[in-house]
Write a protein that binds this ligand. Structure first.
Ligand code: URA
Length: 221
């Protein structure tokens, strides 16, 4: 199935500005001839942009400071506390990008895999910050294909008390089908993505995509 999805049509799907810089970075990581070192370096740059964009959806409160010129400045400061949750294994590649921007941020991990018997995503492991119910969560997974693992992970977060409207799903590339399914199933979820691709193949790999992100990032091809 091939579905068209324009970020502008979906108020909760936020695509990074399609600048020439982003397009050049994405071209490098999509290129099958890119070396592993470059794949990691340029993926990290896109991840940094995504994390910075994700922070734009956090609430702020008014804050006044005095500048070195002795003049009051009416600004803002972040209100809520955050944490990251990475969906193992590929999502772990995004943890450093979050740490680079948010010092000493807490990061939980979730491992979800397809149950061979039921063909459904199954939770194998989760370790979340104890006070996660009071936090905003940046949920990290670079490739959103069918959305099966991500949706299962959101269920796990909500069972732990996280409010749906406080979940920001951050990813590099999404397939329209998976993104639409997630937005329908979770009507308060926000998705932050770099690019929206065309479709998926029979093995649920994103097309044109970039292949297996985890294998290319961690060198396990
Ligand atoms: N995961 C990947 O790494 N690549 C895809 O295309 C889909 C899921």
């Amino acid at each position: 199935m091939s579905l068209s999805l324009q970020a502008a049509e979906h108020p909760r799907l936020h695509q990074l500005p399609q600048t020439n810089q982003l397009k050049a970075l994405m071209t490098i990581i999509r290129d099958k001839n890119t070396t592993r070192g470059d794949f990691v370096f340029y993926s990290d740059r896109v991840i940094r942009l995504l994390v910075e964009e994700g922070l734009n959806y956090l609430p702020v409160v008014h804050k006044e400071v005095i500048t070195p010129m002795g003049i009051p400045f009416e600004g803002v400061s972040f209100e809520g506390r955050i944490c990251g949750v990475s969906i193992m294994r590929a999502g772990e590649s995004m943890e450093q990008g979050l740490r680079d921007v948010c010092t000493s941020v807490r990061i939980g991990k979730v491992l979800i895999q397809r149950d061979e018997r039921t063909a459904q995503p199954k939770l194998y492991y989760s370790k979340l910050p104890k006070d996660i119910a009071n936090r905003w969560v940046l949920l990290l997974d670079p490739m959103l294909a069918t959305g099966g693992s991500a949706m299962k992970c959101i269920e796990v977060l909500m069972e732990a008390g996280v409010r749906e409207e406080r979940i920001l799903f951050v990813n590099l590339i999404c397939a329209p089908e998976g993104a639409l399914k997630m937005l329908e199933r979770f009507p308060k979820l926000q998705i932050i993505t770099a690019e929206i691709d065309e479709s998926m193949d029979a093995n649920k790999f994103i097309l044109p995509g970039l292949g297996d992100f985890g294998d290319r990032y961690f060198g396990t091809e």
